[in-house]
Structure formats: C-alpha cells, structure tokens
Write a protein that binds this ligand. Structure first.
Ligand code: GLY
Length: 372
C-alpha cells in the first residue's frame, strides 16, 4: 500500500498540473467526459468549487511539491469570496475542504477567517421551525428541501465552534444531525435523499429522491455522505448515537447483495439493470475515506472489517478500470463517476469530488494504518 499510495500521488501531481493548465484562471474544473473528449468548468459558486484546491492541498501534503502549493493558493484566492455565499447549503464542501485544509497545513489566519465567515453564511440557512439547515432554495418541485448530503457541511460548523467561534454553530450541527437521524433513515438503515418540509406546519411533505433511481432506493453517494457525516459527527461530539448510526450504515453498505466484488458501488444500490449499469467511483471514494475513519472508533475486530473493505476500494480505484493514465481525462484522476443519472448529467465522467475523497482516503490509509 505504501508504494501504491506514493505512486498515486506522483500521478496526482502531474495530472493536477495538467488540470490547472486546462482550466481558465477565473474558473474551477468540473468534469471530463471521455466519450465526447469534453471538459467542463464551473464558476466558484458551484458546490464543487472547493475540491480542486482541496485536492491540490492533499497532493502538496504528500509530495511537498511547491508548484502544487502555488496552484492551490492561486485557486484559493478566486474562491475566497464564496465565504459569503448563502445560495445553498454547500459551504462546507466549498470552504472547509479548501480553506479548512489550507489552515490545517499552513496555519495562516486568513484561511481560518474564511472558514469562520463561511459558518455564518451556512448558519443563515438554519430553519429553527424544522431543526434543520435548508439545503436548497424552494422551487416548483420542492418547498423546503433537506438532503442527506447536508451532513457533510456540519464539519465546518462544528470545527468553527471548537476553534474559537460561536457555540451556536455546534448547536446547529448537532440539532441538524439529530433531525436527520430521526427522519432520513429507513428501517434497513439506508437513507432517503430528499426530505421536503413545510416550514409553517413543521411537517415533512414528502420523502423523495433527486439523484437516485427511485424515491425508495439507496442512491449510492447519498449513502456514503451519511456514513461519512455520522462518523465525522462522532469524531467531534463523541455522541454514541452517531457512532451507532455510522456502524449501521456501514454494515448496510458492506452487506448489501448489490455491492460488487471490487466494492465500488453502482450509482444506486437499487439501480435498474444491475449489473449492466454504471459504477460511481465517487461513492466508493467517499465510502473508503469514511470507513477508514470509522475504523478508528470501533473494536479491533470491527476495525479489521472496515479497513479491509476500504483497502479493497482503494485497490480497485487504483486499477486501470478507474484510475486515469498520465495525460488522460484532462488531468483528473478517477474515471467512472456519476453526477446525476436521472438528469443525464455527468454520467461516466471524471469529477472533482471523486478525486478529492480518493486522495483523502489514501492519506488516511497512510497516516492511520501504515507503520511509520
Ligand atoms: N451534493 C451533491 C452530490 O452529491 O451530487
């Protein structure tokens, strides 16, 4: 694993320099579709804008390549203004994965300030009537949606309160996690993607999907967000209920009959046409990273199970099936990701967040499970 991790980071450094070259200075990379040899970019308001600098920072952490650090800092500079963004709940992805990592590595006060300010922006979406942060603004189809992905954004809030910020952010994170625990999960510990709330009646109108195969299905990346979210919430709070939920989700996923032998899930655990449908490497990468953290909090026997599964995921993602060759896919790392199949958007493409959680999982494996 040591050699494999090193090799992956050498590839990552050269690929990400290429990705930088392929991306205009004012934008962020978004996807690469090998079918049409087509790349896509986004502005910094897109929910994924923190992943490019975040991945560069993970690459720097491992390689100490100063060119990579320079690119990371250049990209942080165009992202910084989004600390004020209040258009959706994605501030954690956007600002914590980028500025949070930058502060962890370099300790610059301005990086911390960006994270602190972003907490206020994210908290502006907290709706006391439903004890939740509203994920997306209301639309024709949804009134007040709260999605399972939102668990990920709690990391920023909790971190801010634990690092000198207002305690109210921690309270919001805990309250949101408790509401999600109460309403988002089914009896088998899979989760709904979207809960649509009526703010006045303080009631759930419906439980539906946005990116999954069906309202009742287990959309793969959503399951991974839940697993990661409750493991992370346990890290901060040491609340056993969160650990218990993470273990339940982990066991639902690892025991699922539709989890393939290479442990990289189909885009939805209940996708029609399994096994002849798309894998989602991003769901596998998030799951691997989460399982590695979960392994830190459980018995030796249980840890073995999670770490073994995560290792299999990382080995699979490092194979030619999922990992690009130098120069391929515009400079991204992982292929075979699905953004939103129901919208026929970003299917079988490279995506920034898949790379980010893959790199994070490789570092976690190295730092926590390899002998120094
Ligand atoms: N948070 C959006 C996604 O996972 O696609």
């Amino acid at each position: 694993m040591n050699k494999l991790i090193e090799k992956n980071f050498v590839l990552a450094a050269s690929q990400y320099k290429l990705l930088e070259k392929n991306t205009p200075d004012s934008l962020m990379p978004r996807f690469f579709d090998p079918a049409g040899n087509k790349s896509g970019t986004s502005n910094t308001k897109w929910w994924c804008s923190g992943f490019f600098p975040g991945s560069l920072l993970y690459i720097y952490e491992q390689t100490k390549d100063e060119e990579i650090r320079r690119i990371a800092e250049k990209r942080l500079a165009i992202l910084e203004k989004e600390k004020y963004y209040t258009g959706n709940h994605d501030l954690g992805f956007m600002i914590y994965c980028s500025f949070g990592n930058a502060y962890r590595l370099f300790g610059k006060p301005e990086y911390k300030e960006a994270v602190m300010t972003a907490a206020g922006s994210l908290a502006s979406r907290y709706r006391p009537a439903i004890n939740s942060i509203q994920s997306w603004n209301s639309s024709e189809r949804l009134n007040c949606p709260v999605i399972i992905d939102n668990m990920m954004n709690l990391e920023l809030l909790y971190w801010v309160s634990d690092n000198g910020g207002d305690a109210k952010y921690r309270d919001i994170a805990v309250t949101h996690a408790n509401t999600t625990l109460q309403h988002h999960f089914r009896a088998d510990n899979s989760s709904y993607h979207v809960l649509d709330w009526d703010l006045e009646k303080k009631e759930i109108i419906k439980k539906v999907t946005w990116q999954g195969a069906a309202d009742s299905s287990a959309w793969a990346r959503g399951q991974s967000w839940g697993l990661y979210g409750y493991t992370m919430m346990y890290r901060f709070s040491k609340n056993k209920a969160y650990l218990e939920q993470a273990r339940k989700i982990g066991n639902f996923l690892l025991n699922h009959p539709n989890l393939p032998a290479d442990k990289i899930p189909y885009w939805d655990f209940n996708a029609p046409g399994i096994p002849d449908t798309y894998r989602d490497a991003s769901a596998g990468a998030v799951m691997a990273s989460a399982l590695l953290e979960l392994g830190q909090y459980v018995s030796k026997k249980e840890k073995k199970k999670y770490v073994r599964a995560a290792k299999q995921m990382l080995l699979s993602l490092s194979s030619d099936v999922y990992l690009t060759q130098p120069g391929e896919n515009g400079g991204f790392l992982l292929k075979q990701n699905v953004g939103s199949l129901p919208h026929n958007s970003e299917v079988k493409v490279s995506l920034t967040y898949a790379d980010y959680y893959f790199l994070e999982a490789l570092l976690r494996y190295k730092n926590w499970y390899l002998k120094k």
